[in-house]
Ligand binder design. Structure first.
Ligand SMILES: [Zn+2]
Length: 672
């Protein structure tokens, strides 16, 4: 569990990579008994999935996830190497990341310390007597990245994206989202029961007697349930207008009068300036809790939140209990990841740009950057052509859309300016203390941006990350070096294959600028409507087609995707596949055709590359969790959903009009 504040409004897709002997698609991974036009997901990667069961430590598995894990091996090699030396100059990237990793890997020492590292924090919470004490401790927890029950994060002003302001956010829940507390379905009721047991066990590990632990767990649950009732649900969280509440500092006191905002902002060295309250109703509930909930209940709640944040950094008993609930029960993993993987992930989370430089030097050649930039150029051009040719959009709105497209920023590989972690105190003494020190630095780094012009050079992901994102407030697409690895991207592979895998990802991120959420932000990144009412209505009708399509995808008899929740990602997948295919064709104009591979034409290779890279096997628990809370559909429908709408797919595999992979004309969705 990370204790760093989450970044708002990042619409991203999750992906990855791998070390490959073969450059391109692998015909051996295809299910030859299947039919491309019947179930392309199964056709493209069915044989691979049969031959590669999900490892016990994962909740899903594909070539994409495999390559993400290989990335972690690269990170480990770098960390192991720097941690061998103990005389790096204090504060250097090597000293910080090397000592952080060494402290994390020293499980004998961590186990011997038990709950001791977190004891001072627990003592502080257990000593709370008055509402004023509660407020001081909330501020202290925020200083070290434990953002409960609300959080404060830097983000751009939604209406003036040149400026960074504070955003007050809702948080403080131990279950994944509000529905887990409130919905009557059996799976949520069961999760609540298991959660109560889990929280009680954590209290016991921190030294409570079983009866007290049980009663404290019940207090925590009731407390969090009240917060959940005042929180937005997952669909509302995707709607920026529902989180747009610019507030004068003076009015914070009206919204939540029981909290001393002046003292809180002063302690954080923050000016008393205008800010955005993302969820006013939540803040009012927080105020009610401060005013009327006995401090004894606050003690239980905050103690639990401290334990929850610290669990993964403490002894094996805490780590295992945390895994039993979050990893095993909620996600279906059978065993924990090896310690080195967890430590590599943690080092990357906390000090990612310290080791990122070395990662890039070793695993991201300049030609990979150049080729990605070239592909991106063609895919942006394809989007320009698509907008130009739309038959449903007025010239007026098209002009605005083209303006927005022309102002996209593209970031590839790694930041031009690296973070300087000077002053972070990292040693091999106590892993939890290192996590706190790094979190504190990250919190300060964030607070330092508030009240200043936006720094467009910053990155929201670290270089080794196997992922990508679109940020509507900066109107930028970002592809870390960690995703630009085989088989998503391979400098030695055919263009057809690269466009089919990473190209679709690039098209996906570009389309996010024009999905149901991104389309509400203009060329400058402001939340501002640039659509004529008629065009907006037509766009919404097209989006509704996608909602309906995904509402119809079931994972179990009574559980299906929530079309509204996955709308943005599904519009992006549909646009991404279309754009990358067009861009591939355009990029090959005037060049000799690429070779067939195992009898597959370049166009077929394009789609197979997408199906092979994206397709995964997933555990039922993880699938249920995704359908409930993840704005991304499961891989099967990320492959079959968009492709069954795409005429280029139908033509490439010569599918009959009534094939399962060809949606009837009346149901066919096309947004962009
Ligand atoms: Zn996405």
């Amino acid at each position: 569990m990370s204790i760093r504040p989450k970044v708002l409004f990042l619409a991203c897709a999750a992906f990855s990579v791998s070390a490959y002997a073969q450059h391109g698609i692998d015909a051996g991974d295809i299910n030859r008994n299947g039919a491309a036009c019947n179930d392309f997901f199964d056709y493209a990667n069915g044989a691979w999935r049969t031959a590669h069961p999900i490892p016990d430590y994962m909740d899903r598995w594909s070539r994409r996830w495999e390559s993400g894990e290989i990335n972690k091996e690269h990170v480990r090699d770098i960390l192991t190497d720097v941690s061998k030396k103990t005389d790096w100059s204090k504060g250097s990237a090597e000293q910080l990341s090397g000592d952080f990793y060494a402290a994390c890997m020293d499980d004998a020492r961590i186990d011997a310390l038990g709950a001791k590292p977190v004891q001072p924090l627990l003592d502080e919470v257990r000593a709370l007597k008055t509402p004023a004490d509660v407020q001081r401790t909330i501020a202290h927890l925020h200083d070290i990245g434990i953002a409960v029950p609300f959080g404060l994060m830097p983000a751009q002003d939604l209406h003036d994206p040149t400026q960074m302001i504070a955003h007050l956010t809702a948080g403080g829940l131990g279950l994944p989202d509000r529905d887990y507390y409130l919905k009557p379905e059996k799976r949520f009721a069961e999760a609540r029961e298991k959660y109560l047991v889990h929280v009680a066990k954590m209290f016991e590990l921190a030294g409570e007697k079983p009866a007290a632990a049980k009663s404290d767990a019940a207090t925590v649950f009731a407390f969090e349930k009240r917060l959940a009732e005042a929180s937005l649900d997952n669909v509302a969280l995707r709607d920026p207008t529902q989180q747009d509440h610019k507030t004068r500092f003076a009015d914070l006191g009206r919204l939540a009068p029981s909290f001393d905002w002046a003292a809180y902002f002063d302690a954080g060295k923050l000016a008393h300036a205008d800010l955005n309250v993302t969820q006013p109703k939540f803040l009012q509930q927080f105020d009610k809790e401060l005013k009327s909930t006995p401090v004894a209940q606050w003690r239980s709640y905050l103690e639990w939140q401290v334990l929850n944040a610290a669990a993964d950094s403490l002894s094996a008993a805490f780590v295992e209990q945390n895994f039993a609930f979050n990893g095993k029960y909620l996600s279906g993993a059978k065993e924990m990841k090896p310690r080195w993987k967890r430590c590599a992930e943690s080092a990357d989370n906390q000090l990612g740009e310290a080791l990122g430089k070395k990662y890039v030097e070793k695993y991201f050649p300049p030609e990979a950057k150049a080729r990605t930039q070239e592909m991106t150029k063609y895919i942006l051009l394809a989007m320009g052509d698509v907008i130009r040719d739309l038959d449903w959009m007025s010239a007026e709105t098209k002009k605005k859309a083209q303006e927005k497209l022309a102002s996209f920023t593209v970031k590839v590989g790694y930041p031009d300016k690296w973070k300087d972690y000077a002053g972070v105190q990292i040693s091999r003494g106590s892993y939890w203390d290192d996590v706190v020190a790094a979190s504190r630095w990250n919190v300060d780094d964030g607070r330092g941006q508030i009240g200043k012009p936006v720094d467009r050079a910053r990155w929201g992901m670290t270089p080794p990350t196997s992922n990508a994102y679109y940020n509507p407030l900066l109107n930028e697409i970002v592809f870390p070096a960690g995703i630009l690895q085989p088989p998503a991207f391979d400098v030695k592979a055919n263009d057809a294959v690269n466009y089919g895998a990473i190209g679709v990802v690039i098209g996906h991120e570009i389309t996010h600028g024009f999905d149901d959420e991104g389309s509400q932000f203009d060329a400058k990144g402001a939340l501002s409507n640039w659509w004529t009412p008629q065009d907006k209505e037509k766009f919404n009708a097209r989006a509704q087609c996608v909602v309906k399509q995904f509402d119809g995808y079931f994972i179990e008899p009574n559980i299906h995707h929530n079309g509204k929740l996955v709308l943005g990602e599904s519009i992006a997948d549909l646009g991404g596949a279309k754009l990358a295919f067009l861009a591939y064709k355009k990029s090959r104009e005037g060049k000799a055709p690429e070779p067939t591979l195992d009898g597959f034409t370049p166009e077929q290779q394009f789609f197979i590359a997408w199906g092979q890279w994206r397709g995964d096997e997933i555990r039922p628990e993880a699938q249920r969790k995704m359908v409930q809370g993840d704005p991304h559909p499961i891989a099967k429908y990320r492959v079959n959903g968009p492709l069954s709408n795409l005429p280029a797919f139908k033509d490439t595999f010569q599918c009959k009009a009534d094939a399962a992979m060809v949606r009837p004309a009346a149901d066919r969705c096309e947004v962009w």
